[in-house]
Each structure stands twice: as structure tokens, then as C-alpha cells.
Write a protein that binds this ligand. Structure first.
Ligand SMILES: [Zn+2]
Length: 153
């Protein structure tokens, strides 16, 4: 095992590595990890050769669905998602950018109907080169991934 581990290893579960630094909390909310009673270890601003700084999330005894893994790529396109069994990586989840993302993410437009009516938010995902934008299906406004808010539910 590497001597340079800065976040403790997990026996079984999922490790989400190479998250662009600053996105870990969006992903925690996206996966609704605060509602679930899983053990979660978070590393923030860890040194990374590829990204310079990265965030990392490890979730004990929980394996992401493919849809959850794809949702993560909206906020962390370079993330690597590994399934861990007995401290070993047994599967690397292959992700692709989803065409839309719903719930959890809150539209930043204060007059969007989703801010006042009890409707589930839904955003279409559009890319322009490396830029990933979210387009609200209700107010049709376009937002950078760093602009969108998340609900605490
Ligand atoms: Zn909207």
C-alpha cells in the first residue's frame, strides 16, 4: 500500500478520486450522502499531479449506480470512480456525460418557477469544448456548472 496515502483507505465501497478541487461538496449533495448513514471520508485540496489540487470522496459500503457516476462527471469530468473490495480496486466505473440532470441541483435564476413551485428541477447538459453548461428546462437560462446551487435536502 502507498505510503503517501493522505486519506485513510476503505475496506469496501467507492472511491471518487481526481475531483476538481472545490467540487466535493456539490458531489456530496448530488449523491445525497448527508441523508444516508454511510461513512464518508472527504479530502479537500489534496496535491495532484494531473490537477494540481484535487478533492477526493470515499464512501464505505456503498457502490454508485451508473447514473450517479455519470452525474458526477458534470461537476468533475476528470473524476475516477473505483469500486473497492477488501482494500483493492475491483472495478473502475466508466462514466459518460449525461444528457440531463434532475432534482438536487437548484436553478440560480431567482424568478425561475422551480424556486417557488414544488417542481423537480431538470437541466439539459450542453458542452462547448471543455466548458460544461446546464440549461434549465423551465426558464431556459444557461448556467456554468459553478453557478448552480444545490438544495440541502
Ligand atoms: Zn430555471
Amino acid at each position: 500500500m502507498s505510503k503517501t496515502l493522505s486519506v485513510s483507505a476503505i475496506q469496501n465501497g467507492t472511491a471518487i478520486d481526481h475531483i476538481v478541487s472545490g467540487q466535493a461538496f456539490r458531489i456530496i449533495h448530488l449523491l445525497k450522502l448527508l441523508d444516508k448513514k454511510y461513512q464518508v471520508t472527504i479530502g479537500l485540496n489534496l496535491p495532484s499531479k494531473r490537477l494540481k489540487f484535487k478533492d477526493l470522496i470515499k464512501i464505505e459500503n456503498y457502490v454508485l449506480t451508473d447514473a450517479q457516476a455519470n452525474d458526477i462527471t458534470v461537476f468533475a469530468p476528470e473524476a475516477t470512480i473505483n469500486v473497492i473490495q477488501n482494500f483493492e480496486v475491483v472495478n473502475k466505473i466508466t462514466t459518460s456525460l449525461p444528457s440531463s440532470i434532475s432534482e438536487v441541483i437548484v436553478c440560480p435564476n431567482p424568478v425561475c418557477i422551480t424556486r417557488t413551485e414544488p417542481v423537480k428541477t431538470c437541466f439539459n447538459i450542453e458542452t462547448q469544448g471543455k466548458q460544461i453548461n446546464l440549461v434549465c428546462r423551465y426558464c431556459e437560462k444557461t448556467f456554468d456548472r459553478n453557478q448552480v446551487l444545490y438544495s440541502s435536502l
